[in-house]
Design a protein around this ligand. Sequence first.
Ligand SMILES: *Cc1c(COP(=O)(O)O)cnc(C)c1O
Length: 387
Amino acid sequence: MSNKFETNAIRTQLVRSQNLEHSVPLYLTSSFVFEDAEDMRASFAEEKERNIYSRYSNPNSSEFVDKVCQMEGAEAGFAFASGMAAVFSTFAALLESGDHILSARSIFGSTHSLFNNFFPKWNISHTYFKIDELESVERLITTHTKIIYAESPTNPGVDVLDLEALGKIAKKHNLVLVIDNCFASPYLQQPIKFGADLVIHSGTKLMDGQGRVLAGVTVGTAELIDKIYRFSRITGPALSPFNAWVLSKSLETLAVRVDRHCENALKLAEFLEGHEKVNWVRYPFLKSHPKYEIAKKQMKAGGCVVAFEVKGGLEAGQKFFDSIKLLSLSANLGDSRSIVTHPASTTHSKLSTEERAETGITDGMVRVSVGLEHVDDIIRDIHQALS
Ligand SMILES: *Cc1c(COP(=O)(O)O)cnc(C)c1O
């Protein structure tokens, strides 16, 4: 259509109905009708591409998926009821009993639980690598390894992984590279350019951007997506048409929203860097970030999340949270409302202290999802809470 991200995000839409609506209608329907017996037979035989039942496909989901495919440079995709449904279904569709996942250590908490508490039931094992030690990745590949999995930037430590380097390793060993791109959003980073075969998003975060719906999506090569589709149309993790409709509208504003998120986040990070009550600040587009050059290479801007450590450990951290007035204490991110979280006592509380240390989480660490309020007010609230 266009080679411009913003234009495609807005102008990709379903064929208009006979009502010639301007904004896309909501197809809140579980099934679709057939014209006659032959149409029904041919549809089920997959001789036609058409909607049959919303567990398989729905126009609103298709529009949402089409937009994400264009944004990520992917051939095909499937939309899920949540980010975790996308993560689980992607692995479950592609792996067999006995297979092995090689994953970065710094991954979303529920993905970590999936690997440790559930996949062993189906004899699917994993090994973690540290994202700072990509040279160790090749040594950890076994004859059973099928998938390499990672996120960048990471949650909640905001570390950055060299996607191009990982892509080369995956290609060399003929492994499927799956990247959870939720923290960056497709506007800031397109992992397929660097060698990813599949890209997963939690649509709940920056894609919705207003804290309303849960959603997930996996996009990538047509061949792999077909396997994921066949698994998912039977097991039923499909996204609801209503949530798909909300999300497709949200994607129209993704670029402008994420631009402002990043502008505000960088200003907050720069403010915190000079603050006497703060030990360290991590944000991909701060020059002090250890992976600043890699972040610049693979991302358009630094994202919405800033991590920092309050001086004084757990006690000072708790005092900071109790003093916050404007910002929300909540577990979401990528919302128009700024959110502060304390990973050590919430999202990552199920990890042992050693496991937390390995992922860079300290007791005084604060994660801020910087929202779209005026940046002066965001900074003012954090400043008064630190004081
Ligand atoms: C939130 C999140 C998920 C899970 O998404 P849900 O929509 O909450 O199921 C997966 N990966 C990352 C990086 C996330 O931030």
